[in-house]
Design a protein around this ligand. Structure first.
Ligand SMILES: [Ca+2]
Ligand SMILES: [Ca+2]
Length: 179
């Protein structure tokens, strides 16, 4: 459980887009604005992405109520409760969580993530160090430069749900670099 708790805290920090120490609706606004600006989305596409972002945050991140500021303790406690109640159900929820966000991040809808999509996604979530983002992308060892959506999602699901710290974990490695 300690290992999972440690990773959930890293996840919490990674979602604090404006780096003010808490997750609030401001992080939703900032992430979706950055994302649409970086991809230069306009009109219906921009609106669709903004709606999808808000829905994702409300469904999976604001665990105490839609758009309601959530502290690190509340976030971790809520994940812990869900995990302890039903591990299989928790894993299924996290699978959906990352399926949904990567569907949005895959802007060209080719069911894979290329370097630019990867960089824009991390930048949208407040991670600006492009060198570290590039290094993290390289961890996927994608010879074609395209990481299939299912591979990228399964790594995130492992990061959030795997309690065995001896299992190799790309996301954990990436965050260890200071990403
Ligand atoms: Ca914040
Ligand atoms: Ca893509």
């Amino acid at each position: 459980m300690d290992y999972l708790t440690k990773k959930w805290k890293i996840w919490y920090t990674s979602l604090d887009v404006n780096h003010d120490g808490k997750i609030s609706f401001e992080d939703v606004e900032e992430s979706r604005n950055k994302f649409t600006n970086l991809h230069e989305l306009v009109g219906d596409k921009a609106t669709g992405v903004k709606v999808d972002f808000e829905k994702w945050w409300n469904t999976y991140i604001f665990r105490t109520g839609p758009g309601k500021e959530i502290s690190e303790d509340e976030f971790v406690d809520s994940l812990k409760a869900a995990y302890n109640k039903d591990k299989k159900g928790f894993k299924a929820e996290i699978q959906k969580c990352f399926d949904e966000i990567f569907d949005v991040i895959d802007t060209n809808k080719d069911r894979s993530i290329e370097l630019d999509e990867f960089i824009y996604a991390f930048k949208a979530f407040g991670h600006e160090n492009e060198e570290l983002i590039r290094k993290a992308f390289a961890l996927y060892k994608a010879p074609s430069g395209l990481v299939p959506l299912r591979d990228i999602v399964s790594e995130w699901v492992k990061f959030i749900t795997e309690e065995d710290s001896s299992v190799s974990d790309i996301i954990m490695e990436a965050f260890k670099t200071g990403l």
